[in-house]
Write a protein that binds this ligand. Sequence first.
Ligand code: IMP
Ligand code: MG
Length: 183
Amino acid sequence: MHRDLQEILVSSEQLDAGIGKLAERISADYAGRCLTMVGVLKGSVFFLTDLARRVSTDVRLDFMMLSSYSGAHSTGVVRILLDLKESIEDSDVLIVEDIVDSGLTMDYMLQNLRTRKPRSLEICTLLDKPSRRKAQVPIKYSGFTIPDRFVVGYGLDYNGIYRNLPYIGVLKPEVIEGNRTCH
Ligand code: IMP
Ligand code: MG
């Protein structure tokens, strides 16, 4: 375990098994169709690539980057920093997200993507932190429900660090208080 962590919440083995189950459901639900997976940068990249490799239907990838977080606290304001490359009109679209916390990011994204007339639009999140929800968003696929802790690893960061950890862990409070950065 990384020295800055207090505990591991979801191990590599648990991630692997959970993502396998999601991939099975998605493969069955979209069988015979072409699925457009929209990854939310940067947090979803590890999840997206592992998930997409295990889905058996045809997959197209696109990305968006949104901002709502600075450090460990949400600003509540969502902005598009990078938009989709392709049209999603008449496409089956699955948003792939690392974690749904307040739900504000997903709420904004659903409203925004709906205006582009996809054939279907669903959310797949690796982690669901329901305790601090402010916007009720419909989550069709969820890997793990977690308590109200600030987690890092497997794509999730604190000040841009820890994304490459192969598991999900809880940071020690002194690391957050010390405001650790990496250049
Ligand atoms: P929401 O808009 O509050 O649902 O926040 C969603 C975004 O906040 C996620 O895509 C993450 O980037 C970030 N986030 C929320 N909780 C955590 C956490 O525990 N660790 C790291 N990032 C988080
Ligand atoms: Mg994110």
